[in-house]
Design a protein around this ligand. Structure first.
Ligand code: MG
Length: 539
């Protein structure tokens, strides 16, 4: 039961001639119900899925301003990430959803459970959302299913357009040994050998880990900061932030294929076998516990241990400003043998960082006055002002409006965020930062842009629609289930095989059998299903 229905019971019981029981049996918030009012204002309940390191949304100044400006009484409900994972299914199967929900339900959830308003009919009341969709057609495509829009997307703006995947190298070590950033796999091998044998951390011990990699998962071949990001150096575009890329799906010139059965993948596996054999990557890396791996990257905070690794940015090695953080730089991925620099590409996950598809849902069939107030609230949230405040905190307390769509984020915002008390919704915003907005002092956005900048040239070698699965390509429920079942079969077989090749070799002899098996276990069908979805979404 929501607060709303409990409160409503009390109101109903007080109204002569209406049976509280019949009202209760009719369910919560059905059409024709009268709106719940307080002091003559409609009450709107908003659930927000928050990060545990944020203060309650109700305590944020902008949320109080929003309530005043909307003319409604807003009842905020905070649900933390982990709790929401537990509660989400029950809320859908029980039909127990709040008037508005922020970062709670995906378009697929809404397609499966018809609990949400089709906002495509309400665009007249949502001019800010309509403008968002007009300027960013991709955002609309992300949430539109069969002409219905049950969930609105968010955009943190172009300053977050960047992959979360990067290749990092210890620049202090390179400089100390008089080495250049490696541009090919052969050069990378030579650099790693120097890291191994020439004591670049200067402690007199051969304790360096020339290159470190995250363990192979069990559920997919490519995940966040996967060792297989190296395949971009062979010309295969990954997108490991999200989407089907981690399951081996890739696109080239509009044609879907499997990188997991490609010659380029075989080449990557052979190369990693060479690096393991030469002792340039720790023998136990493929199965190492992730917390142990992360601890190795951070070392003791003084003496770096790792030469090369994939990660977000230097924060993988130490907090911003720390000694180790400053030792690392991101570098373009080196080219595989026989691949020219012009053919190398990089992980095209940028849209996943900028946009998310599940940031605002409205309960279906709200009483008229409640619906009117809820639409007004949504439209305000998607205005420039409230979008900025949701992302970086209230104006002028944490962010100043300098005019001409320019804002400065105060240091205090990041101080409070670093102390686990972020005074904003940050990436959870139900809003949109337009392209003409400029931020000063946005250290999070600045850091990810800096990490991504060395890949500009490699990004120019790929087409964001034809050479990757665009974020808005989606499968129906049936195909999603088929894809997921196939993947369980494929990786249950495939990952131990790939792991064995990397450690012990033998890829040449067993490759054809592997390709045959992976295709039979469902990869062939997966490619067909994603081609169908791609063709339907990309006109
Ligand atoms: Mg040493």
């Amino acid at each position: 039961m929501t607060h709303r229905s409990v409160a409503k019971k009390k109101i109903v019981a007080a109204v002569a001639g209406v049976s509280a029981l019949s009202m209760l049996l009719a369910g919560c918030g059905g059409s024709g119900d009268s709106a719940q009012m307080e002091n003559g204002k409609p009450v709107v309940t908003i659930m927000v899925q928050q990060n545990t390191a944020q203060i309650d949304v109700a305590k944020m100044k902008w949320a109080q301003d929003l309530e005043k400006e909307s003319g409604a009484v807003i009842k905020w409900q905070r649900v933390d990430d982990n709790a929401w994972t537990q509660q989400k299914n029950a809320s859908l199967t029980g039909g127990d959803v709040t008037d508005l929900s922020i970062r709670a339900y995906h378009p697929e959830d809404a397609a499966q459970y018809p609990l949400f308003e089709n906002l495509a009919d309400d665009m007249d009341s949502l001019p800010n959302v309509a403008k968002f969709f007009k300027e960013k057609p991709l955002a609309k495509k992300m949430v539109e299913i069969d002409g219905q829009i049950n969930v609105l997307p968010s955009s943190r703006g172009k300053s977050f357009q960047a992959s979360g995947q990067h290749m990092l190298i210890n620049k202090v070590w390179l400089d100390k040994l008089g080495l250049e950033v490696p541009k090919t796999w052969d050069e990378l091998t030579k650099v790693l050998e120097a890291f191994k044998t020439q004591d670049p951390n200067g402690n007199g011990k051969q304790d360096e880990i020339p290159m470190n990699v995250r363990a192979l998962g069990t559920g997919s071949l490519g995940n966040w900061w996967s060792m297989f990001l190296l395949i971009n150096g062979a010309g295969v575009v990954t997108s490991f932030n999200a989407g089907p890329s981690g399951q081996g799906i890739a696109v080239k010139d509009g044609k879907v294929y499997s990188w997991a059965t490609s010659d380029q993948f075989k080449q990557v596996v052979e190369y990693y076998h060479e690096l393991f054999q030469k002792g340039l990557i720790p023998k136990d890396a493929l199965t190492k516990d992730d917390s142990k791996y992360q601890a190795e990257l951070k070392s003791d905070g003084e003496t770096a241990l790792t030469g090369v690794a994939f990660g977000w940015d230097g924060t993988q090695f130490g907090v911003i400003g720390s000694k180790l953080n400053k030792e690392y730089i991101t570098i373009p991925v080196p080219a595989a043998p026989g691949v020219s620099q012009d053919e190398t590409v990089w992980d095209a996950s940028g849209d996943y960082n900028e946009y998310e598809d599940y940031h605002m849902a409205m309960k279906k069939d709200l009483p008229e006055e409640t619906k009117k107030a809820a639409l007004k609230i949504i439209n305000l949230l998607y205005s420039e002002k409230y979008s900025v405040e949701q992302l970086y905190g209230s104006i002028p307390d944490y962010t100043t409006d300098d005019g001409n769509h320019t804002y400065t984020i105060k240091k205090q915002f990041f101080n409070e965020a670093d102390n686990g008390k972020a005074p904003a919704l940050q990436d959870r915003l139900a809003g949109w930062i337009p392209d003409n907005v400029k931020f000063n002092g946005a250290q999070d956005a600045d850091a990810i842009q800096a990490a991504d900048a060395p890949y500009k040239e490699q990004y120019s070698h790929l087409d964001q629609t034809k050479d990757k699965m665009p974020v808005y390509v989606r499968q129906n429920t049936e195909d999603t289930n088929t894809f997921s079942n196939n993947n369980a079969q494929i990786w249950n077989y495939g990952i131990p095989v790939v792991s064995k090749w990397i450690l012990n070799g033998g890829v040449d002899q067993q490759w054809d059998e592997y390709v045959k098996q992976v295709n039979n276990l469902g990869m062939k069908q997966n490619v067909e299903l994603w081609q169908k979805a791609y063709d339907a979404a990309v006109k």
